[in-house]
Design a protein around this ligand. Structure first.
Ligand code: PMP
Length: 459
């Protein structure tokens, strides 16, 4: 057994948590999670929670998958570690497998996280353009509300100003254009008469900067952490055209949307586009091991071939990139996704989740918008639907706390314009059952009403 009081005390003293550090654990403290099975995690006091956030949108195959654990254990016994300065069978098998999924980006560079996968992509496109004789093509254009990681390059590409505050200066040559956010259109227009101005914004920006200075565009297929922003039809095909017309590489960040989350294996499949680079992490090994990957086209890869003294090689090494145990876990994870048909399941369960959310939430006065694609859902919480005023931080904090009391863990997104965290995110493991989805949605509906009727006093 655990002595929960002393663990809380040691946590308070020594564990520096991301995003929130509580001062007073007697009022509020992190859950200490001890184990998990399928879509449920358990804390130190034996309380169970339906994980409607799948960890951090990682644990696609659910907790406690023995097949995956066995594969990782076998690999650890055989060869715990070797770097990819040489090679090993697990990395070869995983790279070959990923290449078979996205044949247009068949060259895989392994790292350990989404941030690293994106940093690698930025370095690759800059070096690529230099090797092609375009030394000034260095700029990376992303979108407001997009998230691409915590390291300084990936943070510079991130379009959430509140995450950058105090950490400047950001890396030069990173810039953002408007997000495809129809509920709060940055142009105050409506689809389709808007003619997708948010996509046109890329062209305008490239023209202003000069195409000979722009290396790449980086986008998430659906902006996930920035609020589950699903682009309108036609957005991505326009984007792909613009990239092609101006000779700009297209990097698609599949860190959240990859491996079934959206009801297709990769999010960009929804739009029939062929990116030059695809980055992935989280769901690649379902969080059982940390692993990231950058998948690259023939065209880019071929400019990196040649003798080391030609200087054309990628001058980067990640000590743990392609870690054998992480690769073995990823392969077993992909096997489970295929055997359980989790992509198809994410699609049909996503439809069911959407129906439940619409049925139970659309008439709740504090619900402004419901956006669902596969098992990735965002619920925009507002003070009243007419004004679309975002719910306060205090409201959202209370909502989160009440949900936890009901045994439901959900995610939260940040609203850039208001700096409120007013979007509730539901992204459970893809193995979630129908009755569990019902439990989550009923709990969310009940909790929003409860908090809405007794709104928190602002302090
Ligand atoms: N890209 C996206 C779209 C993400 O959501 C995240 C993490 N939330 C990252 C990149 C960064 O991944 P990591 O935290 O593994 O560095």
């Amino acid at each position: 057994g655990f002595d929960s009081e002393s663990l809380y005390e040691q946590d308070r003293l020594h564990v520096w948590h991301p995003l929130t550090q509580h001062q007073d654990y007697s009022h509020n403290h992190p859950l200490i999670i001890t184990h998990g099975l399928e879509s449920t995690v358990y804390d130190i006091n034996g309380q169970s929670y339906l994980d409607a956030a799948a960890g951090l949108w990682c644990v696609n195959v659910g907790y406690g998958r023995q097949q995956l654990i066995d594969a990782a254990l076998r690999q650890m016994q055989q060869l715990a570690y070797y770097p990819l300065t040489q090679s090993h069978p697990a990395a070869i098998e995983l790279a070959t497998r990923l290449a078979s999924y996205i044949p247009s980006t068949p060259h895989i560079y392994f790292s350990n996280s989404g941030s690293e996968a994106n940093e690698t992509a930025f370095k690759m496109v800059r070096q690529y353009w230099q090797q092609q004789g375009f030394p000034h093509k260095t700029k990376i254009i992303s979108r407001f509300r997009g998230y691409h990681g915590s390291t300084l390059g990936a943070l510079s590409a991130t379009g959430q100003p509140e995450r950058k505050r105090n950490y400047g200066p950001m890396a030069p040559d990173f810039m953002q254009v408007s997000a495809p956010y129809c509920y709060r259109c940055p142009f105050h227009m409506q689809y389709p008469s808007c003619q997708i101005q948010c996509a046109e914004d890329f062209e305008r920006r490239i023209q202003i900067e000069g195409a000979d200075t722009v290396a790449a565009i980086i986008v998430e297929p659906i902006i996930a952490g920035g609020g589950v922003l699903i682009p309108p039809p036609g957005y991505f095909s326009r984007l792909a055209h613009i990239a092609k017309d101006y000779n700009v590489k297209l990097i698609v960040d599949e860190v959240v949307t990859g491996f079934g989350r959206t009801g297709s294996l990769f999010g960009h499949e929804l739009y029939n586009i062929k990116p030059d680079i695809v980055t992935m992490a989280k769901g690649l090994a379902s969080g059982y091991m940390p692993i990231g990957a950058t998948a690259v086209s023939d065209e880019i890869f071929h400019t990196f071939l040649g003798a080391t003294d030609s200087g054309r090689h990628l001058r980067q090494v990640n000590t743990f990139g392609g870690h054998p145990v992480a690769c073995a876990a990823a392969i077993a994870n992909l096997n489970i996704i295929e055997e359980d048909q989790l992509v198809k399941q994410a699609q049909s369960k996503g439809e069911y989740l959407k129906q439940l959310l619409v049925d139970q939430l659309q008439n709740v006065p504090w619900v402004g918008d419901i956006r669902v694609q596969g098992l990735l859902a965002g619920i925009e919480i507002v003070t009243e639907p007419e004004t679309k005023t975002p719910a306060s931080d205090a409201f959202m904090r209370l909502l989160g706390r009440h949900l936890i009391k009901q045994g439901i863990l959900a995610g939260k997104a940040t609203d850039v314009e208001t700096w409120h965290n007013n979007i509730l995110i539901i992204a459970p493991p893809l193995v979630i059952h129908g009755d569990e989805l019902e439990q989550i949605v009923t709990g969310v509906a009940h909790t929003i009403r409860q908090v809405g009727q007794a709104p928190p006093i602002h302090v």
